[in-house]
Design a protein. Sequence first.
Length: 471
Amino acid sequence: MNIIILSILLLLCHNCSGSSNTKNREIIQVKSENDVVWIVQLSDLHFSVHHPERALDFQKFVSSTLSMINPSLVLITGDLTDGKSKDHLVMKQNEEEWVEYQKTMENVIQMSGLDRSIFYDLRGNHDNFGVPTVGGTFDFFSNYSITGQLGRSQSVNSVTLQTSSRNLLFVSLDSTMSTGLRGPTNLFGHPTDQLLTELNSHLSQWDSTSSKLLTKIAFGHFPLSFSTPTTSKKNLKQIFLNQSITAYLCGHLHSKFGKNLKRHHEVDYETDGNLIQLNVHQKGSSSNKNCQNGGKKVDEFWELEMGDWRKSRAIRIMAIDKGRVSFIDTDLKTGSKEILILPTYPLDSRYMSTNMLNKYKCQSMEDTSHIRALVFSSVIIASVKVRIYDSSHGELYMVLEALMSKNDNLYTVPWNSEAFVDPSPSRYWLEIEAIDINDEIVSTELMPFSLNGLRADLSWTWIELFVMGCQ
Ligand SMILES: *[C@@H]1O[C@H](CO)[C@@H](O)[C@H](O)[C@H]1NC(C)=O
Ligand SMILES: *[C@@H]1O[C@H](CO)[C@@H](O)[C@H](O)[C@H]1NC(C)=O
């Protein structure tokens, strides 16, 4: 009798904690034989009654692209609808646009064959023009977004992709919620202290789970430079640094301020003393079981703004391959692409994290044995090749060419990585080329890589020079 009552109590209790957790702390089991997981990000769709082509193109090109890529998550980081009158003078929510958004997303879900629950859409400032209260008269987001329909009603939500060896934690934040001001006053995100507390809690949910490796990624609408501090003067950057996230994915800026809106953030060490301490710590870390975090926590992350769907038809594919994060930003301006290639190892030295240096020292943790790339295609691929160029003599000189072998979407080839360890993070450049059965050739842009965690700080003209020089 007692046992029965106890079990009922336990069941009830399990349910109460479960129900609060399931909606805004989701877990998705992912099968990943090759220890690689990939996701897609889209942003700033601005579906508008005055521009029906935005939604039409989205439906047509994003469905087929998603179906080809088959990502584990689809993140849509805000400004789902435009909320502007034709003359741009009046800004308010337009239900017609929300109906269009909902219909388009339904079709995309159907046509791509993906599960609705892997879609995460967020409010942007345009989705909040003239919305005085959440759940109020003009809050169409709550009714028409996927987030709203799935009952993810909190301003912070998280989803963990679990593989057999890793937890990949994605945390979304909505910093528009407390303000329903009309633009341009809501051009900024306004995170509150409450939001930062929730963010901390979500980001640390796996910290004590030592049986699995952990990667943390946050996503929101506003870049950090467009996010105000809270009333107690705290900010998102502090939280992200403290929580050792790898990247913060955002939108909002379109391509107005240039194409390359990616920033590396790190702790400003005030004295050399701190830096010395850091180095000492790194040396001692090789036997540390905690090697995946570099032994010593290095406080840094990448902020990756992605451009917009509205005009640029931008789409980002990001991979986490053995914990290493890589991405390509491309566009569907000319329609969906038949082949998309994402090199996942070695990593692009322009977007390197310094703590890769630690990882490299943990030889047992870091698998440097193969060059790896994901190839997605809607046509049959005949072959995939990697080429490496040495730029040290002022021109590109090919030093390696090899055929890669296929294992699902992943193509790999063994190499002698030691031979490419170099003090210059822009000496060696990588290119992957796929040829389909109709002899169509698609190759990646040339990409500098570094094996020792050194970051290349290159201007685009440099890269353009090489790209042009090669072709
Ligand atoms: C959202 O849906 C609820 C329930 O159907 C409805 O009462 C409410 O008016 C809707 N809100 C908006 C802004 O349309
Ligand atoms: C840093 O994160 C830890 C949890 O990992 C938390 O306990 C602590 O309060 C955070 N510090 C700040 C300044 O946010």
